[in-house]
Each structure stands twice: as structure tokens, then as C-alpha cells.
Design a protein around this ligand. Structure first.
Ligand SMILES: [Fe+2]
Length: 558
């Protein structure tokens, strides 16, 4: 560990984010002494069989440094049967956020919780503990990539009303670090989702990150979803900075200060604002953790992003500046380097052990990046202007269709579809050795495995295969909540995006389905016999009245 890193880590440890431990003492008749306002609703998360984290933010009156408030957990909505309560302090050094790890609860139970100050009562939150062994069914809502200036969080609001969802899995990009003129801000003014002047720059400091969370948590959909369902979260890159890796980020330049200080600030704000249990200790970098849903399913939440990822490769580095010739030998050598990885030794070992020891039927990975082999014909990368890519894809797909029909292809046509390369080196495709290692482990389990992914803003269904073609798992990727997708990147209207979504599975062997233009979320219902995955797409994010208008479902047999 170098000195810079050590200082950054120790400075995180210094600002201890105390999490209150709530055993079932009852102080319900006590009157809280402080006046305080509950400014950002309530949230819950990281359920266990006998515990759950509850969260709120209580800002004391008159700029006081601290407010003492009461939390209450009840088995009924009217709080006649309070099962646990205590006093907890909201303090300035934690941005007045309050997290309580409520213990002594019963498994598979619905609970209601609230917070009280002397002059105010919070909204009532609903949460539930993890099931005991005999569970027969569970439903997750899966989300990623909510960008405030890009639109209203319609998918969160729609999911908040969806009574089938038991637990929310958030795969990251819960916030974005960009400035007010940055990525996805084109419609911000028109829809009234600009940043305040004190938070209009790219995020660097603790105050910056805190203010951004505070803004995101005013969205009505996000407030409602937090209030109604427990969250299980992991971060992706934008909670720190675009394309983060273990010691830097694409969107962190040398003149932007020390990366490790920035990351420490980002992580502190994340722990303050999200209902996550610090499994490895307060403010630690490690957030990978396991949730057991009886004998039915084990869920492993992973960090492929911040903790241990080696820096991404870039095609541009392998192109000769003058001749534009691509140095395939150097690229192949680097991308096949067994030392390059995403998980790091400790997480990899933990995951391997945990999966081997699991007695559950289904194994589910909750993680950030697309794992499927997204190999596109090379010709797409060779000088096709961006706006012509959709037409080129359609031309290539037609060649493949001809091939499928058994028609003879010309020399030129054969050449165009013969060699392929990955389109996104920030995804698992950029770390094929790590992927092959993980998929080999998954195969050895001999159990049904589902890998969930976010990050791309689009919906994908891939078969996960070993290099020799053996199928080992299924990947389900959730579309962005509001972040723009491939349609935006390639300037496609809906019709063009729908056409391309039909063409891509022709070109990409392991791709079964994709949607390139609609925002939404994924639900995953799992029973002993099968898993039902449904993508829910909304019809509007630029107005507040958007609804789920389209779905796509698949059934996976156990
Ligand atoms: Fe994203």
C-alpha cells in the first residue's frame, strides 16, 4: 500500500460513521427532547432474518449540532404493537443522517417504522426481514442508473406501487457526479431538474456528494420506493466518478485533487445516505456481501468497480497515430494477462467459498457490469461514422440471415462477419480471464445461476458461456431508471432502436434479447421450479405522469 492510499483510508476510518445498534428496548412513551425536521423521508435496507437497517435524516431546529430523536418499529401500521424503539442522535458530522441496525426481529415478517422528534413525525416506512428456510417464492425489483437531470424517476415510482416486489436490488449509479452542463442535462431546465448553485459543479468534496444525494432524495418516486421497500445496494462508478477503477477514474484528472481523498468523500456520503450495513466495519471499502433467502436462493452482491478493478484497456492506445494500424499482438497480450482483474483476491476467494458452501438452489449475482460476450463484427469499429452504425448493423444482420437460410455469401460478405471484437472494455469483456475463472466456478456448482447487471442503461438477456461454448448461466441486465441509452448515443428514433434491437441478437451469439431505447426496471420472481424475469418499460420520464406501458418476460427453468 502506498502512502497516499494509506492516508486516504485512515482518513475515512477517522470520521467514524457510527451506526446505532437497536435491540428491542422500548422507550415509546419517552418524549424526544429536540425539535427536528425529517427532510428526506425514510428508508430501510440490508434485511437479515432478525435485523434490518432503518434510515432517516433529521435536521435540528436552529442549526443545532445534534438532535435526539426516537425510532420505533412496529408489527402494525398503527404502531399499537411496537416491537423495538430507542433514542438516537442525528449529528452534523454525519450530515444529520441516522441509521439504526434494528435487531431481535422475526424472520419473514413485515414491519413498519417511523422516527419522532419533539415537534415532528417522519413518514411511516414499510420493510421486511429475510425469510426462514421454508420460503417458496421471492420477488426482486432490480434497478440501476438513475440520473436526476435526465428525467423524473418514473420507474422507481411505478415499482413503489408494485405489490409483488419484496426487495429492491440497486446495482449502482444511484447518483451521477457530473456538473450542471454535463452528461444527460439537455432536458434539465425544461423539466425543472437543474442543480442548485452550490452543487452545480462536478462532485469532488464531501459537501458536494452530500448535497447531490440530498437532491436525488427529493424525487417523489425514489422517496416512495425507499419508504415502501427494503433496498439492497451496491455502488457502480458514478457514485465516485465515471469509469472508476482501484486507483483512478476516467473522469478524474490530475488537476482535480487527490483521487483517494475524493473517493473517501464519495464513500462516506454513500454510507451516510444509503441504508447499507457496513459488513466489514464502518466506512470500509468492502461492500460485497451475501443474503440468504432460505433454501431457495443465495444472493451475492459484488463490487466489480471501486475496490479492486485494474484500469480499463483502451483501443486507442493500440492504434498507431499515423497509420491507424491496430497492434493486435500487444492488445491480445494485455487483455489476456491473468493478473488483470475486477474482483480482487479477497472478494474472489470469499465469493468462491460462499457459493461452494451455499445450500440454496438458485445462485444470484447482483453486480454492476454486463458479463455476456458482447462481440461485434470488427467492421463496425473500423471507421463507420457513429450516425451510420444502425444502418451498418442492419446490413450485417441481413448477411447473417442469409447465412442462416443457407444462401451463399460473397467473399466480401463473409469477411464482414468473420471476425468480432468486444465493444465495451469497461465491462467484463475487458477482463476475459477473470470472467472465464468466475464462469468456470459457476459451472462447477451445477446449480441454476443468474447474473444481474446494470451500468449500460439498456435491457439485455444473455446466455453466459465458457470460451468453449458451454452454457453455464443466464444474464439479465436492467435498463436505466432515467439515464439515456444506446438510442441516445447513436441518435436513433424509437423505430430505428427497435430495428437494431432485433438485429443485434443476429450478430452477437450469446445475446437473446435487448431493448435499446426504453427506461424502466426488471422484476425477478423465483420459485423452486422456475424464475420469471420481466422487464418493465415506462412511457415517459420527462413528465411526472409516466407509467409502465410495455413489458417483456422470459421464464428460466431451474
Ligand atoms: Fe449509468
Amino acid at each position: 500500500m502506498d502512502r497516499r492510499k494509506f492516508i486516504a483510508l485512515s482518513s475515512v476510518a477517522g470520521v467514524s460513521m457510527a451506526i446505532s445498534s437497536g435491540l428491542a428496548g422500548c422507550v415509546s412513551n419517552a418524549r424526544p427532547s429536540s425539535n427536528a425536521a425529517f427532510t428526506h423521508g425514510v428508508a430501510s435496507g440490508d434485511p437479515l432474518q432478525s435485523a434490518v437497517i432503518i434510515w432517516t435524516r433529521a435536521v435540528p431546529a436552529g442549526n443545532a449540532a445534534k438532535a435526539d430523536i426516537i425510532w420505533e418499529v412496529a408489527s402494525d401500521k398503527t404502531f399499537k404493537s411496537i416491537v423495538a424503539s430507542d433514542i438516537v442522535s442525528a449529528i452534523a458530522s454525519q450530515d444529520y443522517t441516522v441509521k439504526v441496525d434494528v435487531k431481535g426481529l422475526s424472520p419473514d415478517s413485515q414491519y413498519y417504522y417511523r422516527f419522532r422528534s419533539a415537534d415532528s413525525v417522519s413518514a411511516i416506512g414499510e420493510t421486511r426481514t429475510l425469510p426462514s428456510n421454508d420460503i417458496s417464492e421471492v420477488t426482486f425489483g432490480v434497478f440501476s442508473c438513475s440520473n436526476y437531470p435526465a428525467g423524473f424517476f418514473t420507474p422507481y415510482m411505478e415499482a413503489a406501487k408494485n405489490s409483488n416486489i419484496d426487495y429492491v436490488l440497486h446495482l449502482g449509479d444511484y447518483i451521477y457526479e457530473y456538473d450542471g452542463e454535463g452528461y444527460a442535462t439537455e432536458n434539465a431546465k425544461q423539466i425543472g431538474r437543474t442543480f442548485e448553485p452550490d452543487n452545480d459543479t462536478e462532485l469532488f468534496t464531501l459537501a458536494d456528494y452530500r448535497r447531490r444525494y440530498a437532491l436525488y432524495r427529493t424525487d417523489e418516486g425514489l422517496l416512495a420506493l425507499h419508504q415502501n421497500k427494503p433496498f439492497i445496494v451496491v455502488w457502480d462508478d458514478h457514485e465516485v466518478s465515471n469509469d472508476t477503477y482501484k486507483d483512478g477514474a476516467q473522469n478524474h484528472q490530475d488537476d482535480e485533487g487527490d483521487f483517494f481523498n475524493r473517493r473517501a468523500a464519495a464513500i462516506q456520503a454513500y454510507y451516510e445516505w444509503l441504508p447499507i450495513r457496513p459488513t466489514f466495519g464502518e466506512a470500509r471499502m468492502e461492500i460485497y456481501r451475501q443474503f440468504t433467502f432460505g433454501k431457495l436462493l443465495d444472493l451475492y452482491m459484488l463490487d466489480t468497480r471501486v475496490l479492486a478493478r485494474d484500469k480499463q484497456l483502451e483501443y486507442a492506445h493500440y492504434r498507431d497515430k499515423d497509420t491507424m494500424a491496430f497492434n493486435q499482438t500487444a492488445f491480445t497480450k494485455d487483455i489476456s494477462n491473468p493478473q488483470r482483474g475486477l474482483l480482487g483476491d479477497a472478494q474472489r476467494k470469499w465469493l468462491n467459498e460462499a457459493m461452494k458452501n451455499s445450500s440454496a438452489k438458485w445462485q444470484v449475482l447482483g453486480q454492476q457490469l454486463l458479463m455476456g460476450r458482447m462481440l461485434f463484427p470488427v467492421s463496425i469499429f473500423n471507421g463507420v461514422p457513429r450516425e451510420q452504425i444502425p444502418a451498418h448493423v442492419s446490413y450485417l444482420a441481413e448477411i447473417k440471415r442469409k447465412q442462416q437460410r443457407g444462401e451463399t455469401l460473397s467473399e466480401k460478405e463473409l469477411q464482414l462477419v468473420a471476425s468480432v471484437m468486444p465493444y465495451n472494455l469497461d465491462a467484463w469483456d475487458g477482463y476475459p480471464v477473470e470472467r472465464e475463472r468466475l464462469l468456470t466456478q459457476l459451472k462447477q456448482l451445477n446449480k441454476p445461476v443468474i447474473a444481474l447487471a446494470g451500468d449500460t442503461h439498456n435491457a439485455w438477456h444473455n446466455t453466459l458461456t465458457l470460451a468453449d461454448g458451454t452454457k453455464v448461466a443466464v444474464e439479465l441486465a436492467t435498463p436505466g431508471v432515467s439515464s439515456p441509452g444506446m438510442d441516445n448515443y447513436l441518435s436513433m428514433d424509437n423505430k430505428a432502436a427497435e430495428a437494431m434491437a432485433k438485429d443485434l441478437p443476429m450478430l452477437i451469439d450469446d445475446l437473446q434479447y435487448c431493448n435499446l431505447h426504453q427506461r424502466g426496471f426488471l422484476t425477478l420472481n423465483v420459485t423452486n421450479e422456475e424464475a420469471n424475469a420481466t422487464w418493465h418499460f415506462v412511457d415517459a420520464i420527462l413528465t411526472k405522469d409516466g407509467k409502465v406501458s410495455q413489458t417483456h418476460s422470459i421464464i428460466l427453468k431451474a
